[in-house]
Design a protein around this ligand. Sequence first.
Ligand code: FES
Ligand code: FES
Length: 158
Amino acid sequence: MLIEFTLNDQPVSVEAPADITLLALLRDYLKLTGTKEACEVGECGACSVMLDGELVNSCLIAAPAAIGRRVVTIEGIHDADGGPNDLQRNFLSHGAVQCGFCIPGMVIAGEALLTKNAQPSRQEIRVALAGNLCRCTGYMQIVDAIEATANERIKKSN
Ligand code: FES
Ligand code: FES
């Protein structure tokens, strides 16, 4: 079937089977491999993307569910010059990136949180990351990076 939607602010149109997941559509058909494939049962958050601004596990979403909607993947998160954005730079500077397998999902979860809650508490950040597992146990640094980004963005907007 023809699946048409907005992917990282660009219209896309892709012919794919109706019974695949959004994760498979992104990785196998659109070759966007930043979204990771791990548990495939909604437990780990490695496959996190935003669907109409909501954080979702793309392994649990049928590809046709994206039709007519806005999908943002890690490839869509960057600065105006195409480099890492402030959140991604803070992940690096706070030592939040270890093996990196969970990191695309963590960044997406962080962005999804910050678009809804510009100044989250550390507890709210932890809750927002509850569906994203990091087996390297770098959670403290990840929370630090999101908190620092929130503070910087608030400062900038004042
Ligand atoms: S791969 Fe989707 S939640 Fe783990
Ligand atoms: S940095 Fe290793 S799983 Fe998260």
